[in-house]
Design a protein around this ligand. Sequence first.
Ligand SMILES: [Mn+2]
Length: 316
Amino acid sequence: MKKKVAEAIRKAKKIALSSHVRPDADCIGSALALYLMLEQLGKDVSYYNTDSAPFPLTSLPAYDVIRPGQVYPQHFDILILIEGGTEDRTGLDHIEKYFTINIDHHATSAYDSNLNWVDPSVSAVGELIYELGIELGIEFTRDIGFNLYAAISSDSGSFKYSNTTHKSLWIASQLVKDCNFSPYEVSDLLFYSNHLEKVGMMEKVLSTLELRLNNKVAFIDFKREFLTTLSLKDIETEDVISVARSILGVEATLFFKEIEDNFYRISIRSRGRVSSQKVAKAFKGGGHDHAAGFFYKGSIEKAKDEIVAVIKKQLV
Ligand SMILES: [Mn+2]
């Protein structure tokens, strides 16, 4: 499939890129790296994203090339979707009008693009974009390397999560060797650039910590009022989930984000016997084995009880 994707790219002149809604460092870093690769190949390339990214992703090299909003109906030879094979995931309308290529590492990815390159064995879609760059024979510049390293180090939790493989580390090492940036520069930007308000948010969210099922399940809760009390805009919340999931014995961490009254977006992170994907599926969501998400309509107490019941079955 990698070869087919490379072939389609070689043939195309005008290429559009997009990545998923609520963007993270993997999809943004990967799509920016791919943008720079395509530009290097002399393609006419544009990158559209429905949602703008939260700080510090806005400081990734070449971030300014991203055009916010929809791909307006116009001619492109191909539309490449990074981790976003459906209209829901991309937030783009009318993707069926284009010849689409879906590049993803989510096992639950939609396979309804014209070409689907989905590999759930990699820690980050950044690993696939690296391989694509090798296939296309591009020169790995500093900005390409920085973006790909950001993608991989972010989705692998700085190479700490269970999805980290020798290949993730090998690719990261090649990037550091060839691309003239240091791992520290990326870490400093992604992991040590917290605004004070964010630490305040973490304090508030952690104050909601509740443990269930003999401390195997941790719940934390981001109430809408926190945004106003802390004068926050939308904020990256992976770090606060990490703190809860680091508790000894916790096998599943659920992060509730209140969207409106009795409506939540719930992220789940798991280890050990609990499959995040299975839990999410029980509520019509999706994701990876150790990280997934879903929406819930109803009271938070009812949600917690139902989630505990689903997880309990996996723990026997
Ligand atoms: Mn990813």
